[in-house]
Ligand binder design. Structure first.
Ligand code: G3I
Length: 336
């Protein structure tokens, strides 16, 4: 389909991106990607297990081809992610004695030195080729009194892993936008916990440039008013906001299963995309990037999580054809 408008020509307020694997830079996928998008996020290739599988043994074999593709096509790159509790090798949390780390001063020092070494190497390898880093991912747990997820990172270092990660990232990649990224930031308790953390750390001088709202949503949730409240909450901080992992599941809950996406759900999804992009464009003074968590419905994490069933959360279908959702973004008057 080369006869339809490019998303990048219609939505010009901020870069619009897609999360990709290496396969999606090739053939018709690669053409679709470069045609419509202005940014890419390697979906897995820059995570710790991919870049430093063994201590101080760095490999960029997964990510470098993606970066080369991005460079060749003039696409911005979002680096995802320097620190997470998932997809991090077990050795990172293993003490010098070979046992799982505990909250001792020695283990804390070792863990923070591994963190610093990891960021120094990975961020330096890419330099200015990566414009934005998701420095830390999913650190909030609003069910905790202090709002902090009880990851091993937190159990061993408290907030120091976050402070260290941002300070080292700023030092090594001074031009990059440094983001704290999380999901369900539209949920008021989680949103407020994230806000409080960012306000506190920025108050200390920790170089957090912005918040990333993942926005894994579905056709019935959240409302646009709730999403707007999420954006509005962070405006007083004067920071950047990025939509980092947008997709709109056609399912309303984990019990539904469709063999084929029903037309009414695809239309509801298209209206959801219409309303979300209209909102984001109204907040263009605050929003500096919007990324879809995938290129087309032939490859989406939602096919296996939270349950195995076919989902269709993106703008292009499994044959890479533009969906109603695409028209919701590009020209809602075409929705029928
Ligand atoms: O690489 C192995 C492969 O060697 C093995 O044969 C295969 C069999 O299971 O697994 C492969 O690893 C998979 C990996 O994706 C690469 O394809 C993992 O099992 C699978 O769990 C992993 O899923 C990724 C998920 O993060 C893991 O946490 C998804 O692709 C990725 O889209 C997803 O992305 C996250 C963001 O980073 C953070 N926010 C939520 C988002 C969705 O879960």
């Amino acid at each position: 389909q080369t006869d339809i408008p490019r998303i990048r020509d219609v939505v010009t307020e901020f870069p619009v991106g897609a999360a990709i694997t290496a396969a999606e830079t090739l053939g018709v996928h690669g053409e679709l990607l470069a045609r419509h998008f202005t940014s890419v996020t390697p979906g897995n290739a820059l995570k710790w297990d991919a870049t430093e599988p063994a201590e101080n043994s760095f490999t960029y074999a997964q990510a470098d081809p993606l970066l080369a593709y991005a460079k060749a096509h003039g696409l911005a790159v979002r680096g995802h992610t320097l620190v997470w509790h998932n997809q991090t090798p077990a050795w990172v949390f293993t003490g010098a004695d070979g046992e799982p780390m505990t909250a001792t001063a020695a283990d804390k020092a070792l863990l923070l030195s591994r963190l610093e070494n990891h960021i120094r190497n990975v961020a330096a390898h890419y330099g200015d080729d990566i414009a934005t880093w998701d420095v830390v991912n999913e650190v909030i747990d609003e069910s905790q009194a202090d709002g902090m997820r009880r990851s091993t990172w937190y159990e061993i270092t408290g907030l120091d892993y976050i402070r260290t990660a941002f300070r080292v990232a700023r030092e090594v990649a001074p031009q990059a936008t440094l983001i704290i990224n999380d999901y369900n930031t539209n949920v008021p308790a989680k949103r407020d916990a994230l806000y409080d953390l960012v306000a506190q750390l920025r108050g200390e001088g920790v170089p957090i440039d912005g918040v990333g709202h993942q926005m894994h949503v579905n056709v019935g949730w959240p409302t646009i008013a709730e999403t707007e409240a999420m954006l509005r909450k962070f405006v007083p901080l004067g920071i950047e906001q990025q939509i980092t992992e947008l997709d709109v599941s056609i399912y309303r809950d984990s019990t539904e299963t469709f063999e084929v996406p029903p037309a009414d759900r695809l239309l509801a999804q298209a209206y959801a995309y219409r309303d979300l992009f209209a909102l984001f464009r109204r907040y263009a003074a605050d929003i500096t990037s919007v990324t879809l968590w995938g290129l087309a419905d032939d490859n989406t994490w939602l096919d296996t999580f939270p349950v195995t069933r076919k989902d269709a959360p993106l703008l292009f279908d499994t044959r890479l054809q533009a969906k109603q959702a695409y028209w919701g973004v590009v020209d809602p008057s075409r929705l029928t």
